[in-house]
Ligand binder design. Sequence first.
Ligand code: IMP
Length: 197
Amino acid sequence: MSMKFVLASHNPGKLAEMQSILSGYGVEVVSPAEVGVSLEVEETGGTFGENAMLKAKAYCEASGLPAIADDSGLCVDALNGGPGVYSARYGGEDLDDRGRCMLLLSNLRGQTTRAAHFSCAIACAFPDGRTLTAEGRCDGAIAFAPLGDGGFGYDPLFLLTEKGKTFGQLSPEEKSAVSHRGKALAAFAAELGACLG
Ligand code: IMP
């Protein structure tokens, strides 16, 4: 039997990844639009985990369904961990994914230290007040130019050093096997199994 969660996000890239990873664990993820909920939750937390929990609780309350939230971002060593929790808003509201990638490249121009990692915090809130959290991280480096057109966000710039390819050059399955979100969701699924089991 599959269990239904509403995703506390309108990001289609995240929805597709969550659905594909969690379907393997008997978890169905639906968009807020599918259950008639539309919310903008202010991400006022200082950490990925705090922001994920804010979103999960707000969507659970609004929908009456268990809600799952992902808060994630790219942390670049040469930018002291930035853009971090500001990854989605890097450069302001007017930029799109491509614009944010270009801004990142220009802020790293001449910088030879390219180390970076993606972080992902998953939070889940149930209508009875129970919550679950899980985290995942993926280490890599920032490429010198965008490569590949797969994925979303900063994927074309995030170089998986051991594969010599960016996330943008990987298939969805290859990305999920090593990504911050794939790892966090695997940990989440294990916790969910223990909690419901
Ligand atoms: P938020 O979790 O909605 O605050 O947004 C996270 C932001 O981090 C996204 O909008 C992307 O810019 C970036 N991000 C998070 N995960 C990924 C990923 O898997 N690939 C590329 N960019 C990502």
